[in-house]
Write a protein that binds this ligand. Sequence first.
Ligand code: CDT
Length: 315
Amino acid sequence: MTRKLHLAAAQLGAVNLSDSREDMVARLRELLRQAHARGVRFVVFPELALTTFFPRYWFDNQAETDARFYERSMPSPATMPLFDDARRYGIGFYLGYAELVEEQGQLRRFNTAILVSPQGEIVGKYRKVHLPGHAEHKPQAAFQHLEKKYFEVGDLGFRTWRMQDTIMGMLICNDRRWPEAFRALTLQGAELITLGFNTPTENLHYPEPPALRVHHHLIMAQAMAFMNATWLVETAKCGFEDGFRMFGHSLIVAPSGEIVAKTVSEDDELISFDADLDLAQDLKRTMFNYAAHRRPEHYRILIDRVGAQVTPHNA
Ligand code: CDT
């Protein structure tokens, strides 16, 4: 009997500074309602799904920023209705948000995602490892990308969880550009990798055609799914957030590297696919049989070296 899981990416359009937590939960609940009507059993929401992409702004007052954009508890009174709906529908989900925790008297901030079971329980948590952008104010730039100011590097590593008869792993946005993250998850058996993203249409660092940025997004998703023989769902928050554009192109990719569903708008939009979780078996038995073909004795440099160094071996 084939193992099937009906998957969805629940894309969000723009979230402006004036939008409240309650506004956002209402939009997420509407997408969940649509998912239920289609028979979906697992939904991936975006990165930082409860707020605007606030790292684009420099804020001086961290206490105000904490109160406005971060979650101190999950679920909270504001987010509980989403958990209640998921439980009523029997749908599992991935949700990205800004997390604020107090540990040993220290306030810590992470860009976080959770896996919530169809029973409404938090099964897994991931804190974003690859934080792009900068920590210092760039007043000349058209916008900021201050993830290094607002978040610490995640301290939970790359992990997988069994949920809904599927081995699932979580990543967040910029992680999708790092092959090491995918391999760490599929070495733990991941069959489904879930990821939310917020990607500006404009490159902050140098001029780049927006179409090329989307091209990179698509080829990375297809290559990572195929080279790791895994299902992959990547969900955008997109559109013009207070005038700052981010691209959509949320997608579901099969282990064959084929895009099986993709959004067409930059608004709230649900796409879904009834995934055969055993589709990767042939690839895992042959081409990407890690135990048979990986050569970790030659991969030492991947751990020992962070930045590239020019070390040619010619005499
Ligand atoms: N959210 C996030 O990680 N966005 C980055 C933008 C990179 S440009 C500083 C991304 O990789 O899509």
